[in-house]
Design a protein around this ligand. Structure first.
Ligand SMILES: [Zn+2]
Ligand SMILES: [Zn+2]
Length: 118
C-alpha cells in the first residue's frame, strides 16, 4: 500500500489516466470502468495530513495569505522596524462594510507588517 497515492492518477487495471474525484462517490476509469471508492482515498489523505500537521487547515491558510502579501506591488515606503525602503502594498476588505478597506504594507526585507485604515 506504500505506493497507493502514486497509483491514484492511473487505473490499476489498464493504466489509463483517471479523472479527478468530483461529487461522485467513486472514481471510475473511462476505459475499463474500474471504480475506486472516494472515501477510501479521502481516508488515506486525511490520515496522512493529520500525522503531518493536526492544525492543517488554519495554519495553511495563514501561510498562503502571507505569501500573497509579498507578491503585491512594491512601493517606496520606509519600514519602521528596519528603516529600509520597499514595502509590498496590499489591500484587504474587512468583513464589516463600515470598516471599509484596510491597506497593509509588508516589508520585503524583514516582513514587518503595518496597516492603515482608509
Ligand atoms: Zn482502467
Ligand atoms: Zn523592515
Amino acid at each position: 500500500m506504500s505506493c497507493f497515492r502514486a497509483d491514484l492518477n492511473f487505473c490499476p487495471e489498464c493504466g489509463n489516466i483517471l479523472p479527478l474525484p468530483d461529487f461522485h462517490n467513486s472514481i471510475i476509469c473511462p476505459r475499463c470502468s474500474f471504480s475506486i471508492p472516494v472515501k477510501d482515498i479521502l481516508g488515506h489523505v486525511i490520515k496522512s495530513s493529520v500525522v503531518f500537521n493536526p492544525l492543517d487547515q488554519s495554519s495553511s491558510t495563514v501561510e498562503s495569505e502571507e505569501d500573497a502579501e509579498l507578491k503585491g506591488p512594491i512601493i517606496d515606503r520606509k519600514c519602521s522596524r528596519c528603516n529600509k525602503e520597499g514595502m509590498v502594498y496590499h489591500t484587504r476588505q474587512m468583513r464589516s462594510a463600515d470598516e471599509g478597506q484596510t491597506v497593509f504594507f509588508t516589508c520585503v526585507h524583514c516582513r514587518y507588517q503595518e496597516k492603515e485604515d482608509s
